[in-house]
Ligand binder design. Structure first.
Ligand code: TPP
Ligand code: MG
Length: 378
């Protein structure tokens, strides 16, 4: 493993340039990562206020029922994942479990901008996205429990939510694997002239892999209706983007393939919605792909088993000052589309939906032994 990829003590200075030719020493890269000057409270607050003004403008143009649904889906996603953490610790969920807390605006902003017939494929961080696409919290939680009532009968677990009817094609555990699958789905849509577009989600760490570049090249060359959504939560498992990626702008990487691209604030659900609407129009009307780099922040560990000793508590708190749910709620109140009472009702509805999911998952039986070898293709 090259030195740059390891956590170094910064005492002994080396004058050696970094291998990426950026002129930075390996130590300065690590130091910059540790200083985190971009996590300053004032800067975060300024960004927060700037986004609020633009959210207000976008809110005024959007249907009130849809705005309520967007807020509800974000709150439901947050409460659902908090419950997953709780029941995981009780031993009700086994194996890996990756939570979406902090990233809700990305799933909601983008998936409520497409039609039910459109297709979605994603990574293992898939519980909330499955719910936004229309899966019931019951079938998602039962799947997490490995129970018969789960969306794939308890055989997939946390990382493999899937529903053919809802055009939700997983839940993939191989980092970046779904980028090739999503590109193929868009090819199929074009070939069949189905009018569908594809949302293909992946993390920023997947961008360093060949599959990302190969897929973007083909999608632009063949003019495929695929919207690549890079959820830049700034960390791979325990490695910050800064320590792993030589050229930090992911959006700009699409320029190499002459593909349309945008950088979007992933804490702002309206910004995500508007960028997705532009990409959907491009995909549906012109059969052209888009890359969206949507930056957010993962509040929880990479998975439930992550001790998180590669970042500070302070860093997490700074990002929480721009929480996407609080930001959206405050903007809706300012636009006089929402009252505190409305918000309490939304909260209660979400809490009740999660409680019903827990009851269902608890009561659902484990799959019968006769199911052990069905649906096994190997
Ligand atoms: C091909 C491959 N390499 C390594 C892993 C191990 N792994 C699982 S998640 C992960 C980090 C991925 O980070 P990112 O793509 O940013 O997504 P995030 O977890 O932040 O949503 C790694 C390296 C894997 N599952 N697949
Ligand atoms: Mg990441």
């Amino acid at each position: 493993m090259p030195k740059a990829a390891t956590r170094q003590k910064t005492g002994a200075k080396s004058t050696k340039s970094s291998p990426n030719g950026s002129g930075k020493t390996l130590e300065s890269v690590v130091e910059a990562h540790q200083d985190k000057d971009f996590y300053e409270v004032e800067k975060a607050k300024a960004e927060y206020n700037a986004r609020r003004a633009s959210q207000l403008t976008a809110i005024k143009k959007t249907d009130k029922k849809l705005l309520r649904k967007m807020l509800y889906e974000m709150v439901l996603g947050r409460r659902f994942e908090e419950k997953c953490a709780e029941v995981y610790r009780m031993g009700k969920i086994g194996g890996f479990c990756h939570l979406y807390i902090g990233q809700e605006a990305i799933g909601v902003g983008s998936m409520l901008a497409i039609e039910p017939k459109d297709m979605v494929v994603t990574s293992y961080r898939d519980h909330v996205q499955a719910i936004i696409k229309g899966m019931t919290p019951e079938s998602v939680l039962a799947e997490l429990y490995g129970k018969e009532g789960g969306c794939v009968g308890g055989k997939g677990g946390s990382m493999h939510m899937f529903s053919k009817e809802l055009e939700f094609f997983g839940g993939h555990g191989i980092v970046g694997g779904q980028i090739g699958v999503g590109t193929g789905m868009a090819y199929a849509a074009k070939y069949k002239n189905s009018g569908q577009v594809v949302l293909c989600f992946f993390g920023e760490a997947a961008v360093n892999q060949g599959i990302f570049h190969e897929s973007l090249n083909m999608a632009q060359l063949w003019k495929l209706p695929c919207i690549y959504i890079c959820e830049n939560n700034q960390y791979g498992m325990g490695t910050s983007q800064e320590r792993a990626m030589s050229a930090r702008s992911i959006a700009k990487k699409a320029d190499s393939y002459e593909m349309a691209n945008e950088f979007v604030d992933g804490m702002d659900v309206m910004a995500v919605r508007e960028a997705t609407l532009r990409a959907v129009e491009r995909a549906r009307d012109e059969s052209l792909p888009t890359l969206l780099e949507v930056r957010a922040y993962r509040y929880m560990g990479h998975s439930m088993s992550d001790p998180g000793n590669y970042r500070t508590r302070d860093e997490i708190l700074k990002y929480q000052e721009r929480d996407p749910i609080v930001l959206f709620k405050d903007s809706l109140k300012e636009a006089k589309v929402l009252t505190d009472k409305d918000f309490d009702e939304i909260e209660q509805e979400a809490v009740d939906a999660v409680a019903a999911a827990v009851k269902f998952a608890d009561e659902s039986p484990f799959p019968a032994e006769s199911e052990l070898m069905t649906h096994v293709y190997a």
